[in-house]
Design a protein around this ligand. Sequence first.
Ligand code: GLA
Length: 387
Amino acid sequence: MNLLIQDAGRYYREHFGEPTLIVRSPGRINLIGEHTDYNEGFVLPASIDNAVYVSIGARVDDQIQLFSVDYKEFYKGSSAAISVSLQSWANYVLAIVDVLQKAGYHCGGFNAVVRGDIPIGAGLSSSAAVECATIFALNELFGFKLDRMSMVKMAQQAENEFIGVRCGIMDQFASMFGKANQVIELDCRSLSYNYFPFESAEYDLLLINSRVKHSLADSEYNLRRLDCEAGVAHLQRFYPNITSLRDARPEHLQQAFHSLDEKIFQRCLYVVEEITRVKEACEDLKLGDFITFGKKMFSTHKGLSELYNVSCPELDFLVHFAAGHKDVIGARMMGGGFGGCTLNLVKKEALADFITGISEAYLESYGVLPEAYPVTIDEGTAVVRSS
Ligand code: GLA
């Protein structure tokens, strides 16, 4: 059995008795479509084999008692009075209790143990995984009968309101709806989606973790959203039918540019181009045209770095190195930005050589050895053990 499930069960038994169930929620990658979700565009994520495990059981009183195996810390509080904790890991659980209760789903007291192997601050959505595991586990434990999409929306709301990051829907959606070996094309406006296999005999997906933790990311992330909203408000003066950047074309931006702040123009241009790029990239993948797909990854990185300004020198270095390697056909920073991982599309037989080369070069420039994780696309949120 998976060691992390064992840990989640063992620590629960040690502190609280027998858990009622254990839920697994994975982290995610996103092949293309960055910062498009909150602009009602398209994204192409997949859930991965790194995950968070939450073991849980009800209590007779209204207490919430949590233990994090990774932080080796306890949290104790009451479900009747949820407030932000100084223990940041506990907030992702509390955020879910808060959102559920505000929507009328009463949570009694419960114990939970949290264990995971998603690198924190690496852009692989460890926080969304904790939120999804918690809401799935509470839904089972207290019989709320919420469907997956409702849980995704509530987990996103929890992140927006309790944590204060105005994230889009992608991370919680990918963690909840992922399927082994499938990527998901999600329309973030209609929330319609379809799965298709990511299969290549020739290329592998590889994550390189810059190990720069994206500490700036939350505040800068919210600022990017404000920039997009300012862009839409401006465009609406010329084109009243534009309600989000999903509706805008580069021509609209050019037309409105003379009175649009240059920074806002660049942000909007990146988003508008990226939304089109995702649609085209999905077609490339469906046709098995990895070379054209890979080129789009480089274009996305350029846009994120030069127009959207969410990269950092370390991520630019990693992508630049990848671009110069003959067996890497695509690379870009992934997720919110300001640190975390790059995603690389690499010829299978060149993986070892590429990892050695990029690790040595990065170590020499930044004094840090990056981590390399080959990607395995795995199942989304599920109960992995119940008593
Ligand atoms: C973070 C957010 C997502 C998405 C990405 C950028 O991961 O949580 O909603 O906006 O950044 O694509």
